[in-house]
Design a protein around this ligand. Sequence first.
Ligand code: NAD
Length: 311
Amino acid sequence: LFGRIGFIGLGTMGSRMADNLIKAGYEVSVHDINHNVMKMFSDKGILTEDSPLKVAETSDVVITMLPSSNHVLDVYTGQNGFLSGGNPLRPWLFIDSSTIDPQTSRKVSAAVSNCSLIHKRDGWKAPAMLDAPVSGGVLAAENGTLTFMVGGPEEAYTASKLLFLSMGENTIYCGGSGNGATAKICNNLAMAISMLGVSEAFALGQSLGIAASTLTKIFNSSSARCWSSDTYNPVPGVMDGVPSSRNYIGGFASKLMAKDLNLAAASAKETGFWCPLTSQAEKIFTELCNNGHEAKDFSCVFRYYYSGKDE
Ligand code: NAD
């Protein structure tokens, strides 16, 4: 159905997503600038290529899972990038699952759709690109339970749904190009602000004399109830099995949250949209990272209210 699949970016998330494609029986070839990770794949008998261009020349569908916008631009439009070999192209579908800004997604998608195809598909004049960032961390990538938020042409989304379902359990179509990227940064923006709101309220409550466990009971049966209070509580000792109860180890790193808030703030700036809480959240999470907490789960923002004081 999909032919050969090329996968670029075999880091924390990508290596596990590529493994799930392989387990599902797809013929996969891979590329990463990290030679150690390439060796891990070649040791498993997986075809490794030494550039994105080589992957594109031998694949029908390509998927990227890269750190940031610049890496995506490089892999698509840089030297030895997907589009550097001239027109027409072999892949009919390009999927980018990296978390990047919607403006870059739209730019890359336009460059892809300006090309033509070696092997025509029914009704397809040009290759298509989908921006398909994911929700869910390392465990979801490993267990194949990611949620994909997908932007781009709807016929490309429909044609690739099965592929997404071999790496995840949910796919949501978000509309045109860039809308998957938009959904991802807006989701994480709301998550950051709600975590900050709950942390601030708990910190104030404690300073006024109420126990966090009592306040949690109130929140969870009242109008302040949210994911940050009932599933991922930031106060150590209130809930078992969450990062706050193991010194904020594991979970979603503060540096990734700072990155996502930076993307939201940059998008707001670019469109001239006023987002006062975004700027404040970005500032607080950046400060947390600069103070040495970049690898800790983002719910450690609760500690921000006690920084410099004895808890
Ligand atoms: P990572 O840094 O672990 O992996 C990125 C990989 O890309 C590395 O192996 C790196 O060598 C490779 N790479 C970088 N530049 C390259 C290039 N030019 N050509 C080929 N390979 C290149 O990152 P990750 O944690 O896997 O995250 C990937 C993306 O997913 C990011 O955009 C991140 O924000 C997003 N994300 C991460 C998580 C998470 O929990 N880690 C969750 C959701 C979304």
